[in-house]
Ligand binder design. Structure first.
Ligand code: AMP
Length: 255
């Protein structure tokens, strides 16, 4: 497994590859959710490239960025075991030689749901994903439905800018108790980890969004939003205290 850190290294390595290339962008602290994307790429393409980069421009909260888990050594071991061809490990200067002077804005859906609660979040996401896709130039790129709004916005960006990459959405991978896997779950206290599965359980109920909000609050969650759009209920809650808040998002199909 090749480790690449500069744009020039990626371009040279990419040029040497024959066959289809699949790409899985991540922020590390890998779990089975990320690895399901890697497996999908492995099944559908000849070469899989994974990036591990904690993109600071998508964090609107300095504490959240500082506390973001970092398990790079284990991540690399897992990726090697899963047959990844190369890992791109850039730093800020590599991704943002312009110091984020140029960025990509979406003016509609990015302002709803998570965008309404995390100003600028999707500008950071779309900007970094476009940069990564331009550097890696994959045939297919894999994203999880766990971040369904992100997946929708990335599909929209790829269409709007005629980027010619096949965006593949992958189903949410959950813990046995139903909690959607997330790197941030590592930051839950043992007590909150026990309470967290109620989040997916409650949002899956056949009830109005308002009733779901009340139930979540009664179960001890601080609710950012619960909103059903186009047959899908999207929700975000915060657990923990003000010093160590942990934000969880999830979505479920509702009939
Ligand atoms: P992240 O490292 O959180 O930026 O996630 C990298 C990619 O993994 C994104 O496309 C996520 O949607 C996807 N992902 C994260 N958690 C899960 C999960 N539980 N199931 C499926 N995909 C996931």
């Amino acid at each position: 497994m090749k480790l690449l850190s500069s744009v020039a290294e990626v371009l040279a390595f990419r040029g040497s590859l024959e066959g289809q290339v699949g790409f899985v962008p991540t922020m590390g602290a890998l779990h089975e959710g990320h690895l399901s994307l890697v497996e999908a790429s492995r099944a559908q393409t000849e070469h899989t490239i994974v990036s591990v980069y904690v993109n600071e421009t998508q964090f609107n909260n300095a504490n959240d960025l500082e506390n973001y888990p970092d398990t790079l050594d284990e991540d690399l071991q897992q990726l090697e075991r899963h047959g990844v061809t190369a890992v791109f490990l850039p730093d800020y200067a590599t991704i943002y030689p312009d110091d984020f002077t140029y960025h990509l804005d979406e003016k509609a859906f990015s302002l709803e749901l998570c965008g309404a609660h995390r100003p600028g979040h999707f500008t950071g996401v779309l900007t970094v994903v476009m940069k990564l896709l331009n550097i890696v130039k994959p045939d297919k790129a894999y994203f999880g439905e766990k971040d369904f709004q992100q997946l929708t916005l990335i599909r929209g960006m790829v269409d709007a800018f005629f980027m010619g990459v096949d965006v593949v959405g992958c189903p949410i991978v959950r813990e046995e108790d139903g909690l959607a896997m997330s790197s941030r779950n590592l930051n839950l206290t043992p007590c909150d980890r026990l309470k967290a599965p109620a989040f997916s359980r409650i949002i899956s109920r056949q009830a109005s969004d308002q009733e779901v909000v009340l139930e979540l609050e009664a179960a001890g969650f601080e609710v950012d939003y619960v909103q059903t759009l186009q047959g899908r209920r999207f929700a975000a809650v915060v657990m923990g205290n003000s010093e160590n808040p942990v934000r969880l998002i999830d979505n479920v199909g509702v009939s």
